[in-house]
Design a protein around this ligand. Structure first.
Ligand code: GLC
Ligand code: CA
Length: 429
């Protein structure tokens, strides 16, 4: 298999890639059926967005069992076939690893919640209310509102960086660390080659639990002005650097493993990226570089950034470039269909790892989803209107047939009409 530094990673959002059993939702067997497609494309590694058992409140980013497969996607036998078939084609498999939070239905949280003296109570972040019964501090959830959720039974609040059904794990607890490191070993033993690590920038919260400061008006994100805290106590805490070193040391016990970690989802500064690179083992770890995803499509600005980033990272480090993922509008809709070949050329020829979001190779566009069909829980008020991440998560078109060859059933999210024979009747006439 190729070195990671020369690999092209392709992100599959499993619900939307290929449905094999006609329930309208993509699954592992669907991916297995399409493995030769990756050989044709020249893909070296596939990153699977989460396939774990989950109540699917955040479509799998709310994990109820880190060592299983949700029946929607198949079972562990299918997974074993996927590994075997992918490896026989020299394709590596990366799992999405979600260390920051579990589902509120995970047995660990159910135990933690069951009583104040449960041995797993400290596995999550619990705090007393303020004297007036209010939330412990002003920390926010990235999905809107307070990050604290009150539990009536124990009269305490727990913290969640995302949905209230995604309680944050307490990584200061050594048992949590051990259990979560065991999860990595479990998947490596199953034959997995690497991990995409979710929301790593949120892993530690400052132990003082003080209020976060507010940022001045001129520093506010004009698109999301309600995010007015400085996130100095809940994002990018220094403990993360130690974590990166520990986790990459764990992966280094094995042969040719790799991790790509989610650094701040916002425009992250270059020094931060460098610190993250330097904390992990250089040939095993690369923190996501989201700059090209968040910058305007402007050749001069792109060149300036790429020169800076590439010069900063000496040969031992592995840069990476992201221009699309399941959390951002489609490349084609953002920069225009006429520019996507140029973007692909750039991504595929720069030093470092490109990650390609499924369908970008076809120029897939955002699909307008009417509000009554919205399913994403993250509804953001951007530029005066609510948007979700549904438009960039729609099923992959495979043929010109009904449901674009994705499924024999109506898919879970609508498909761009351009890709299917919607007007069969009039064609016959
Ligand atoms: C990451 C994922 C996003 C998810 C969130 C919570 O940012 O990319 O899709 O909603 O973490 O797990
Ligand atoms: Ca299916």
């Amino acid at each position: 298999m190729k070195n990671w530094s020369e690999s092209v990673i392709y992100q599959i959002y499993p619900r939307s890639f290929k449905d094999s059993n006609g329930d309208g939702i993509g699954d592992l067997m669907g991916i297995i059926q399409k493995l030769d497609y990756f050989v044709d494309l020249g893909i070296d590694a596939i990153w699977l967005s989460p396939i774990y058992p989950s109540p699917m409140k955040d479509f799998g980013y709310d994990v109820a069992d880190y060592c299983g497969v949700d029946p929607i996607f198949g079972d562990m036998k299918d997974f074993d076939v996927l590994i075997k078939e992918a490896h026989s084609r020299d394709i590596k498999i990366m799992m999405d690893y979600i260390p920051n939070h579990t589902s509120d239905q995970h047995p660990w949280f159910l135990e933690s919640k069951s009583s104040l003296d449960n041995p797993k109570r400290d596995w999550y972040i619990w705090k007393e209310p303020k004297n007036d019964g209010g939330v412990p501090n002003n920390w926010r959830s990235l999905f809107g509102g307070s990050g604290w959720e009150f539990d009536q039974m124990s009269n305490q609040y727990y913290f969640h960086s995302f949905l209230k059904s995604q309680p944050d794990l307490n990584w200061r607890n050594l048992e949590v660390k051990k259990a979560m490191y065991d999860v990595l070993r479990f998947w490596i033993d199953k034959g997995v080659d690497g991990f995409r690590m979710d929301a790593v920038c949120h892993l530690y919260k400052h132990h003082g639990f003080q209020d976060e400061g507010k940022i001045s008006d001129d520093k506010k994100d004009p698109i999301r002005p309600e995010f007015d805290l400085d996130y100095s106590l809940t994002l990018n805490q220094p403990e993360i650097l130690v974590w990166l070193s520990e986790v990459s040391t764990l992966l280094n016990e094995y042969d040719n493993k790799f991790m790509i970690t989610e650094c701040s989802g916002r425009y992250s500064d270059l020094q931060l990226l460098l610190d993250w690179h330097e904390s992990g083992i250089s040939h095993i770890h690369s923190p996501f570089n989201f700059h090209l995803l968040q910058m305007p499509w402007d050749a001069k600005k792109f060149k300036e950034f790429i020169d800076q980033y590439d010069n900063l990272l000496s040969d031992e480090f592995i840069p990476n470039y992201v221009m699309g993922n399941h959390d951002s509008p489609r490349l084609s809709s953002r920069i225009g269909k006429e520019n996507i070949r140029c973007a692909a050329l750039l991504m595929l020829t720069l030093r470092g790892i490109p990650t390609i979001y499924y369908g970008e190779e076809l120029g897939m566009e955002d699909v307008e989803i009417p509000e009554y069909e919205w399913v994403d829980p993250d509804k953001r008020f951007i530029n005066g209107r609510f948007v979700t991440r549904d438009p960039e998560r729609t099923p992959m078109p495979w043929t010109g047939e009904e449901n674009a060859g994705f499924s024999s059933h109506l898919p879970w999210l609508r498909i761009n009409n351009d890709y299917q024979s919607v007007n069969v009747q009039s064609e016959k006439d």
